[in-house]
Design a protein around this ligand. Structure first.
Ligand code: FA5
Length: 357
């Protein structure tokens, strides 16, 4: 009988516990059932009214009931705490799902990408790349190239001389001093170095790189600009090689059925010297504003290596001949892409640079 009443208490207490949905309801339940003034304590007080023989079993049944309800209470309390924690985590969650900033893809600078194409074009014709210093001596930049001190050709290449030693306030060396250091004014400065490194064998190299001239910056001139020097020396080298190589080069870089023409010119380090013109790709030779209605565009300077220069490079001009050419990179890119101002290349204007993608 007593056990049956305890079972009813257990059932209703368990149902009450299951219905508690928050901390406050749980505490109310605890007060009602398990506290000193709660329902189970009242049951204990009833023990005294039982027969002596029943008291022990009834007491044990109440203890078992307390144990069951306490375990259920602890379990419920842990579940409510866990649910509260989850709710808090959900409400305080940091939203990391912002859309990322778009990644901007870079590209090679138009000078750099064309320089690569030019190097590849010459490499496909058997040329290798020869690197020579940017800081040169007056001797290599001028004198060994048949440009002695005070030669009028120096006027065409206004030169940056470096202060001797490490003292920037020391008086500059001048063009009469062979060891005076200069920023090379043209890649031709590397011609003698390449010949001396490869002689007496054949030479077939290009020397790409920056040159420096103390010039006014205009739409066609910068103080630093790339040139690509070409040099070929051997026992069987002729002017027709020069024309064939440059025609092949022009067709690879400008595409299509290009034509080149050689026009007499003067450089102290080549004899004969020529300017090489490219048939204007815009008008096909008919004449337009870009080619100044001549049908031709000036591309580069070239010629047969002067005997004095061959000798300075360690070759006998009686048995060896050479061809040399010097291409100005920015003006070539201007021709190729219709760029009207050389200064665009160094302005870092993304709109200009991206137009070459
Ligand atoms: C020379 O520099 C000779 N060394 C070229 C050469 C090599 C001739 C081998 C014969 C044999 P020139 O000064 O013309 O030549 O310059 C060659 C090219 O460099 C020019 O056609 C032009 O495209 C480019 N150039 C010269 N000065 C500048 C400048 N200030 N800014 C941009 N490009 C320049």
């Amino acid at each position: 009988m007593a056990d049956a009443s305890l079972e009813i208490v257990r059932e209703s207490a368990s149902a009450g516990l299951a219905a508690a949905t928050d901390e406050a309801a749980l505490e109310r339940w605890h007060r009602q059932h398990l506290s000193a003034s709660g329902e189970v304590s009242l049951l204990r007080r009833g023990i005294g009214k039982l027969e002596l023989s029943e008291r022990k079993a009834y007491g044990a049944a109440i203890n078992a009931l307390v144990e069951v309800l306490t375990a259920q209470y602890d379990e419920k309390r842990a579940a409510l705490a866990q649910a509260a924690l989850q709710a808090r985590l959900a409400s305080e969650r940091v939203d990391l799902s912002l859309p990322p900033r778009a990644r901007r893809r870079g590209a090679l600078h138009p000078l750099r990408s064309t320089l690569r194409e030019i190097c590849q074009a010459f490499q496909s014709m058997g040329f290798s790349i020869y690197d020579s210093p940017h800081v040169e001596t007056d001797e290599f930049n001028f004198q060994l190239l048949n440009i002695p001190p005070h030669h009028p050709a120096r006027d065409m290449q206004d030169t940056f001389y470096l202060a001797p030693g490490d003292d920037p306030s020391a008086p500059m060396d001048g063009p009469t001093d062979a060891a005076a250091r200069v920023l090379r004014t043209h890649t031709s400065a590397g011609q003698i170095r390449a010949m001396r490194a490869m002689g007496p064998g054949p030479v077939r190299v290009i020397l790409p790189g920056l040159c420096y001239r103390n010039e006014d910056i205009t739409t066609r001139s910068e103080v630093q600009f790339h040139q690509i020097e070409g040099l070929m020396v051997g026992t069987d080298v002729r002017m027709s090689d020069l024309k064939g190589i440059l025609l092949q080069f022009a067709r690879q870089i400008f595409g299509g059925d290009q034509a080149v023409r050689l026009r007499g010119s003067y450089f102290p380090f080549t004899e004969p010297s020529v300017e090489v013109d490219l048939r204007c790709a815009l008008c096909g030779g008919a004449g337009c504003r870009v080619c100044k209605y001549t049908g031709w565009l000036e591309l580069l300077g070239a010629g047969l290596v002067h005997p004095v220069v061959l000798e300075n490079g360690g070759y006998d001009p009686a048995t060896h001949r050479g061809i040399a050419f010097g291409i100005g990179l920015p003006r070539l890119v201007m021709l190729r892409h219709g760029v009207d101002d050389i200064r665009h290349f160094f302005r870092n204007d993304l709109r200009f640079l991206q137009s070459f993608r």
